[in-house]
Design a protein around this ligand. Structure first.
Ligand SMILES: *Cc1c(COP(=O)(O)O)cnc(C)c1O
Length: 341
């Protein structure tokens, strides 16, 4: 084993082709066993279901090296079950959850040299995904599917400290009531691109989406769940059927209750309440928590008391505890850390 000669700490978040990937095919009502391959090219019909009607879903998680030198993955069983939910909602065949976890582990093992060393802040991002692969022209689910897993090394999310973000309340909607907001479907991202390009052009880092039905409740951003802290130190996170159930957010809720002894409320959060919160963060695999310093609602600024220089104190404790658990410095709840080597 020889680690790749990469300046890990200065890697960004972009696709870097690694050596191996996993591919399985679904045909005649069954999945094949799947293989690890060198071939990074996908060859499908010009009329493939995914190309015509966007029948696809994906997952995202990370492998990294712990303090004592093990290669581990954080809660891959949660990604397996979420991907199964995505598949069911999109009329796609579930790739069995135990096989999903095995495929992830096998792909990481095959790319062991690409797993960044402990302390670099970098990690090996894992991208499982599935798509309809046979020709579909009349609108219906495909009959054949491909499930793939590739990995790509990504750098530390925060280089030189986590600077609080400024975000805006979006005029666009991310997810319809009773729609697909709760699953990790590529289509949710396709329709969010215009909204995020617009927000970036206006100088904002992210969009805060409100519930489309009433536009009074906080939902999430394009790719991260919200976590708020009240002035008396309670953690509050929005509950809605159209939010993607972030594994990071659910893990942080557990950490808040069980490790930090904080009170946690998972409930509807009115946008009107946001001005009274002390801290705000965005939760997702990429950053764990990105602090938010300012939220702009059509020119009206909400400045979080935690300010624009650093994470709020509760956000910081949550961040440090969860990353400590991930890196093996703090004892993890049973089943959270999947050892690959
Ligand atoms: C993936 C994703 C998240 C974050 O989920 P994690 O499991 O924590 O990575 C949040 N919101 C949306 C819309 C997502 O697609």
């Amino acid at each position: 084993m020889a680690k790749k000669d990469i300046d890990w700490s200065n890697l960004g978040f972009g696709y870097v082709k690694t050596d191996k990937r996993f591919v399985a095919n679904y045909k005649n009502g069954a999945w094949d066993n799947g293989v690890i391959t060198d071939d990074d090219k996908v060859v499908i019909s010009e009329c493939a279901g995914v190309l015509q009607y966007s029948q696809s879903c994906f997952e995202g998680m990370k492998a990294y090296t712990t303090e004592n030198g093990h290669t581990v993955i954080f809660r891959p069983d949660m990604n397996a079950s979420r991907m199964a939910d995505s598949c069911r909602r999109l009329e796609m065949p579930v790739f069995p959850e135990d096989k999903f976890v095995e495929a992830i582990a096998e792909t990481v093992r095959a790319n062991e040299d690409w797993v960044p060393p402990y302390g670099s802040g970098a990690s090996l991002y894992i991208r499982p995904y599935m798509f309809g692969s046979n020709p579909v022209i009349g609108v219906k689910p495909a009959d054949e599917y491909q499930f793939r897993v590739f990995t790509t090394p990504v750098g530390p999310y925060f280089k030189g400290g986590a600077k609080p973000l400024t975000i805006k309340v979006s005029d666009f909607d991310r997810a319809a009531p009773h729609g697909t907001g709760h699953i990790k479907a590529g289509l949710n991202y396709a329709m969010s691109l215009h909204a995020i390009v617009t927000a970036h052009a206006e100088g904002y880092a992210e969009n805060m989406y409100l519930d489309p039905a009433t536009r009074t409740k906080v939902e999430e951003t394009g790719g991260a769940n919200f976590l708020f802290v009240t002035k008396d130190g309670k953690v509050v996170t929005p509950k809605s059927d159209s939010i993607l159930p972030s594994i990071t957010r659910r893990s942080l809720v557990h950490v808040a209750k069980e490790y930090l002894g904080l009170e946690v409320e998972e409930r509807e959060v009115l946008f009107d309440e946001v001005k009274d919160f002390a801290e705000c963060g965005l939760c997702g695999t990429a950053a764990v928590i990105s602090p938010v310093g300012k939220i702009v609602d059509h020119g009206k600024e909400i400045c979080l008391p935690s300010g624009m220089d650093e994470m709020g104190p509760v956000t910081k404790k949550l961040y440090e505890t969860l990353t400590g658990i991930q890196m093996g410095r703090i004892e993890a709840p049973k089943g959270w850390i999947y050892t690959v080597d």
